[in-house]
Every structure is written in structure tokens, then in C-alpha cells.
Ligand binder design. Structure first.
Ligand code: B12
Ligand code: SF4
Length: 432
């Protein structure tokens, strides 16, 4: 039976809090898992960061559903749930089940931050934005019986003030398998760019923030010797900082992967430094091979389609494997896009093609524009995992987009490394 606030006289001491990183298991997520089977599985960092700032005295339990969906409902005093859009249905189902049993629920994360009215129907409190400073306040308010319905971060978190994320608390089978690892960290937050399909600028701001290098090195030093994934949106968002980071990484002799804009390949000095520092694989948002699409999505200042071949060659020449991410269903795409993307991937030897269906995620300018013009046709959040056509494309039907995408993925699966066990084995240490 959950204890009441008055039992504790307003103190957090002994407060039983359960934090849940949601996972999914539905027909759409199974397809995504298969498509991503060559990718390293590392923890999402929200709960580890929040666990690290949880008030002393709280009796904290962490469940990460990447390790398997939970069935034990338990009887905590408070439940805190995190997830992205593809997890929203799961978040709400769990929240509703706890609340039916009288257990209060707090929701946060990238989906509910932009879908406040929807989220409030399933929660006692919702956190909007980054929460390292909100979460301790929420716990304190809760213990005093004064939990408010909405908490909103007023400014971006100062990254020099946040402690090391509690990755130990999410440890489990997902991270112990051949394709799993706990070695995920973030050196920066935010992104200086403004792509219309991306919620990062609204969630984390365009003011690119960096962590003190000493604290990044400390965190890295606590990880085992295997491959490390930088979970930053764009590791070279501030090239000066990236240069210093790579210089500090070099003597450690570690292998690592990161997400970066393709500008990494435009800057030979930075690329050389990154490779000397142990860069093995890079996730690049190539997005589209059509310059008109790049302009329309506001990525033309970042990606130059006429440089792609040279950019990719430079990365390959340095031995860096490329996870190339593409979007299909953009407004300048007709049905020829599938053939064009396929041909580009093959011609340029993209090591791991990641093709995504354009998806209007809440919090993006794309969502607002599609919402305003009535183009969103499916609001089942289970389908918002980049494999499903949930809107009306401009130059084909939603069915044609889905069919073309599914056929392209099938074709790629026949050729790319994904189906090749020897290659997967080799990449278990090298993958992004
Ligand atoms: C790294 C990353 C990945 C890695 C995950 C592994 C890892 N090590 O993290 C990989 C590459 C595998 C991945 C895959 C996917 N990703 Co991803 N990913 C990210 C990225 C870059 C970082 C995630 C992270 O850890 N953030 C850091 C934490 C601290 O931020 P946060 O989660 O927002 O949490 C803060 C607040 O939201 C809040 N908060 C969060 N939860 C809660 C809960 C409570 C109770 C409270 C109070 C507060 C709170 O407090 C936290 C601390 O400030 C984000 C972008 C980003 N910058 O977040 C995209 C992002 C989350 N991914 C996204 C997507 C779409 C996906 C995929 C679906 C793509 C695909 N088809 O492959 C898959 C799904 C994977 C899966 N099975 O769940 C989108 C989500 C959009 C959306 N609205 O859903 C994002 C935002 C990228 C983008 N530009 O749009 N991803
Ligand atoms: S460069 Fe990447 S992280 Fe930055 S706004 Fe564009 S898609 Fe988002």
C-alpha cells in the first residue's frame, strides 16, 4: 500500500519513487527493432540524469524497459515516466494503470513537453523541457503535498552543474548482449541548426552548450574499455570545443562513435583530429539527395548535395564507417526518390543506410505546418517511429510512400551489412 504524504511529515526521506524509461512492443516497434538490429543498444540518458539529481533520502527504483517490458506494477509513492513520441501510448497506459490504483504519476520527455494538454489527461504533473532543476523541486513539492500540474524549465540547464548520469541504475540484459553497451555519454546539448523536421532546437535550444572537458573525461574514465557512443546531437556543433575534446580523447586510445553534421567531412583538420582520437563511426544526417528538399527543410546551409560524394569518400579514406540517415516523403520527393536514394547508397558505399519516412514529430515546425494544412492523417503515436507514413505526401499518396519505403528497406536488407552475420560480429565493437 502506498504511504501518504502526511506519514512522512513533508520530508522526502523514505519516499518510494519508481522511474520508468518506457519501451514498446507493438507491430511497428518490432519492425524498427529489426531495421536497427545492427545498431549498438545504449541507454537513453534522461532517467540516468534525473536519477543523479534525485534528492537524498528518496528510496529510488529505476526500470528501463529497453531491458524488457515490465509487468510488476509495484506500489511506489510516486511514479515518474519518460519516453519519446513512439512511447507515448505506453507511457499513458502505464500512467493510467498506476493512477487507477491511486498512485500519482509524473510525466516528462520530448513528447509530453510539446503535447501538454494530451499528457495532462494521464498525469498528476507534467515536466516541460530539461528537468535537472525541475525534478528535485517536483519531489520536494510532492513530499509537501504541493505537487503542481505543470513544471516548465525557464532556461537551458547549465551543463557545468549537472552530475554524472546514473547509468548503473539502468544496467540490464539489453546492454549486456553482443550489441549492447552502457557506454553512452553526452558532451554537449542543443544544436545550432534549424531543420524544420527536428525538435532539438525547441527542446534544447539553438544555443549550443558544452560540458567542461574535465567532467567529460571523468565520465569516460569510469566506463569500461570498449567502444563509447557520444549521444550528442552534433558532436561538432562548436568546432572549437570539438577540437579540444578530440585532443583530450587522443591519449586515451579509445574507440568511439558520434552523431555529426556532414560538415565534419568538409573540415579536414577536424576530421584528422577526430580520427586520431579514435573516431570509428559517424551518424550523418544526409537527409536528401535533392537540393530543393534541403532548402525546404532548412538544411541547405549544413548539407551541400553536390559535395556528398567527396564528403563520403573523405570519411571512408580515413576508415570511418558511415551510418547515413535519409528521409523519404519530403515535399519534393515523388516516387523516383526510392530508386534515387538506393542508387546513392550503393554508389557511395554507405556502410549502414538508415532510411526514414518523413515524420511530423510534435515540437517541430514540420508538425505545425502539417497540422495547419490538415495533412496529418494518423495520430497513433505507435507509428511515429520513422518507418510509417502518417501524413499525406505532396507528390504521392501515403500508400505509395509506405509501399516504396517498405520495398526499399527490403532491398537494402538484401545488400547492406545488416544481413551479414560476419560483418555484424565485426561491428559489435565498432557500431554507432
Ligand atoms: C542518442 C539518441 C538516440 C540513440 C539512443 C541511445 C542513447 N545512447 O541515447 C539511438 C541512435 C539508438 C536513437 C534511436 C532512436 N531515436 Co533518438 N535520439 C537520441 C538523442 C540524440 C539523445 C537522447 C538522449 O539521451 N537525450 C538526453 C536526455 C537528457 O534528454 P531527454 O531525453 O530529452 O531528457 C530530458 C528532458 O526531456 C526531461 N525528461 C525526460 N524524461 C523525463 C521524465 C520525467 C518524469 C521528468 C520529470 C523529466 C523528463 O529531463 C531530461 C533531463 O533534462 C535524441 C535527441 C536529444 N538531444 O535528446 C534523439 C531523439 C530522442 N531520438 C529520436 C528518434 C525519433 C529516435 C528513433 C525513433 C529513430 C529511429 N527510427 O531509429 C529511434 C528509437 C529508438 C528506440 N528504440 O527507442 C527523436 C525523438 C522525437 C520524438 N518526438 O519522439 C529525437 C528527439 C531526435 C530528433 N532530432 O528528433 N536515438
Ligand atoms: S542538424 Fe540535426 S540536430 Fe541539428 S537541427 Fe538539424 S536535424 Fe536537428
Amino acid at each position: 500500500m502506498a504511504s501518504t504524504i502526511s506519514d512522512r511529515g513533508g520530508s522526502v526521506a523514505g519516499l518510494k519513487v519508481r522511474m520508468i524509461q518506457t519501451g514498446t512492443d507493438n507491430e511497428y516497434s518490432r519492425g524498427l527493432a529489426e531495421a536497427n538490429s545492427h545498431r549498438l543498444i545504449t541507454p537513453m540518458l534522461a532517467i540516468p540524469y534525473l536519477a543523479a539529481v534525485t534528492l537524498a533520502g528518496v528510496d529510488l527504483e529505476v526500470i528501463d524497459e529497453q531491458n524488457g517490458l515490465m509487468d510488476d506494477q509495484g506500489s511506489p509513492d510516486l511514479v515518474a515516466i519518460s519516453g519519446m513520441t513512439m512511447h507515448a501510448n505506453r507511457m499513458y497506459a502505464l500512467a493510467d494503470a498506476y493512477r487507477e490504483r491511486g498512485i500519482p504519476v509524473v510525466l516528462g520527455g520530448v513528447h509530453v513537453s510539446f503535447m501538454l494538454d494530451e499528457a495532462r489527461k494521464h498525469a498528476d504533473a507534467v515536466a516541460i523541457g530539461e528537468a535537472e532543476f525541475l525534478w528535485p523541486r517536483m519531489l520536494d513539492d510532492f513530499a509537501r503535498g504541493k505537487l503542481e500540474p505543470v513544471y516548465s524549465s525557464t532556461e537551458p540547464v547549465d551543463l557545468s552543474l549537472i552530475p554524472r548520469p546514473r547509468l548503473d541504475l539502468v544496467d540490464g540484459p539489453a546492454y549486456r548482449g553482443r550489441m549492447g553497451s552502457l557506454n553512452a555519454l553526452m558532451a554537449t546539448r542543443g544544436c545550432p541548426h534549424d531543420c524544420d523536421f527536428c525538435c532539438v532546437k525547441k527542446m534544447f535550444g539553438r544555443n549550443f552548450r558544452t560540458r567542461p572537458l574535465d567532467s567529460v573525461m571523468d565520465e569516460l574514465g569510469a566506463m569500461d574499455e570498449s567502444f563509447v557512443l557520444f549521444a550528442d546531437d552534433n558532436i561538432i556543433g562548436n568546432p572549437g570545443y570539438a577540437r579540444q575534446l578530440f585532443q583530450r580523447l587522443k591519449p586515451l586510445g579509445r574507440s568511439w562513435g558520434a552523431q555529426a553534421s556532414i560538415q565534419l567531412a568538409e573540415n579536414q583538420e577536424l576530421l584528422d583530429l577526430a580520427v586520431d582520437a579514435g573516431l570509428k563511426s559517424v551518424f550523418l544526417g544526409i537527409e536528401s539527395v535533392d537540393p530543393e528538399n534541403l532548402v525546404a527543410m532548412r538544411k541547405a546551409g549544413v548539407n551541400n548535395a553536390s559535395h556528398y560524394a567527396e564528403n563520403l569518400k573523405r570519411l571512408h579514406d580515413k576508415g570511418v564507417m558511415v551510418f547515413g540517415s535519409f528521409i523519404v516523403g519530403l515535399d519534393h520527393d515523388d516516387e523516383s526518390v526510392f530508386e534515387n536514394v538506393y542508387e546513392f547508397i550503393m554508389r557511395n558505399g554507405i556502410d549502414f543506410p538508415l532510411v526514414n519516412v518523413l515524420t511530423p514529430f510534435p515540437g517541430t515546425d514540420l508538425y505545425q505546418a502539417m497540422e495547419a494544412s490538415g495533412r496529418i492523417v494518423d495520430r497513433n503515436w505507435d507509428r511515429y517511429n520513422l518507418t510509417q507514413a502518417v501524413f499525406t505526401p505532396a507528390r504521392m499518396s501515403a500508400d505509395e510512400l509506405q509501399f516504396g519505403y517498405d520495398s526499399l528497406i527490403r532491398e537494402l536488407n538484401r545488400h547492406a551489412f545488416r544481413g551479414n552475420p560476419a560483418e555484424r560480429q565485426r561491428l559489435s565493437v565498432d557500431a554507432f
